[in-house]
Ligand binder design. Structure first.
Ligand code: SF4
Ligand code: MG
Length: 368
């Protein structure tokens, strides 16, 4: 499998009035062609900043990449000339944002915005470009695409606008798409449709997809692997199924336990951890297992407290003030990213990791 993107020990700082904030403190993750990596975390965990640093669209200043490498097909984007980087960003990598309304040009009809991509990057004539634009709108299932090509972004619903954003990102058939909370602003039904479309296009074009989200419910059926971020660092990586069934970090477990199981991600997997068929009563296996272990009695759970400010990260493990499993060592020693060896690791994902001193207890579901 071709490794498309390989982020290695990426560090980003922000200069603020109150000092220097370490927004990203050494993040490593990768995605292969044709695969989806979900990057999961609460807002402020550094997942968007990481993506912006990868794309080279960080607000700088105040943001600054202070270390690490971002390899795209083996070449470091951070050491390329601005011009070369722009070329790659235009054609080989694309990004989808949460807010399509502000990402699209409000005073240009959407068909013209799409056509412009083909004219500028592919040197097409206006007529051919407009025809391709309509084809693309049709491909992302905008009803009556031919008529709607003349409409402005504000004339579309949120879900349709997000489809247009996807079309913009897909226009040049990039190798990699980074989607930052692509469905967060949409209601649940529309969310699912947009996610399905993205997953379908990812398959069809064998692209790599980095899907950034705070919503576990979004990733269960589309991601191959998950990287969980907390306080600017990765705290766990795992193939999606392993992570749902046996998290190896207390923060991940907290996230899983705070999702309603009835229609949450657990509900969409059966006892073997496979996606449940429609109508199959699901989530039982998970819940029963948790109940058997007596883990919080299977009740819905919210992680106590709030994520730390990057200006004042706690000592030791940054999660320790909120962690039900914290011990003395957690206050003093920052856990490295341990290799999680006990679980079946998927070779494609490069195995499982957890930044917890007690990952083994967590994995085994030992009571806190
Ligand atoms: Fe909790 Fe300690 Fe593990 Fe951090 S290292 S997640 S504080 S148990
Ligand atoms: Mg964000």
């Amino acid at each position: 499998m071709t490794r498309l993107l390989d982020v290695q020990d990426l560090r980003v700082e922000f200069r603020t009035r109150d000092g220097i904030a370490e927004a990203v403190g050494g993040v490593s993750y990768g995605v292969d062609a044709g695969r989806t990596l979900a990057v999961l975390g609460e807002s402020g965990s550094g997942k968007s900043v990481t993506a912006q640093a990868i794309m080279g669209i960080l607000d700088s200043p105040p943001g600054r990449v202070t270390g690490g490498r971002v390899l795209f097909r083996g070449r470091d984007l951070l050491t390329m000339s601005a011009r070369e980087r722009r070329r790659i960003r235009g054609a080989a990598m694309a990004m989808i944002f949460q807010d399509a309304l502000s990402a699209l040009n409000p005073v240009l009809p959407v068909g013209a915005q799409l056509a412009e991509m083909y004219q500028v990057h592919r040197g097409m004539s206006g007529k051919d470009a407009r025809r391709r634009a309509v084809e693309l709108m049709d491909r992302v299932r905008i009803p009556a695409a031919g008529q709607r090509a003349g409409d402005y972004p504000h004339q579309f619903s949120g879900g349709m606008r997000q489809r247009i954003m996807i079309a913009m990102a897909m226009a040049l058939e990039p190798d990699l798409i980074i989607a930052d909370e692509p469905t967060t602003a949409l209601d649940v039904t529309v969310q699912a449709q947009v996610m399905d479309l993205l997953a379908e296009l990812r398959r069809e074009y064998a692209m790599g997809l980095v899907l950034i989200t705070h919503d576990l419910g979004v990733v269960a059926d589309v991601a191959d692997t998950i990287a969980v971020m907390y306080a600017g660092r990765i705290v766990e990586t795992a193939p999606v199924r392993d992570l749902y069934r046996r998290p190896a970090h207390p923060y991940t477990r907290g996230l899983l336990d705070s999702v309603p199981r009835v229609d949450g991600p657990g509900a969409r997997r059966n006892d073997r951890g496979e996606p449940a068929g429609r109508g199959e009563s699901a989530g039982r296996g998970d819940r029963a297992r948790r109940n058997r272990r007596g883990h919080r009695g299977g009740r819905l759970y919210a992680i106590k407290g709030a994520p730390p400010s990057p200006l004042a990260l706690p000592s030791g493990c940054p999660f320790h003030p909120r962690c039900p499993r914290a011990q003395e060592i957690c206050r003093g020693e920052r856990p490295p990213l341990y290799e999680v060896t006990a679980a079946a690791a998927s070779p494609a994902s490069g195995g499982r990791t957890s930044a917890c001193h007690f990952w083994k207890d967590e994995l085994d579901g030992l009571d806190v």
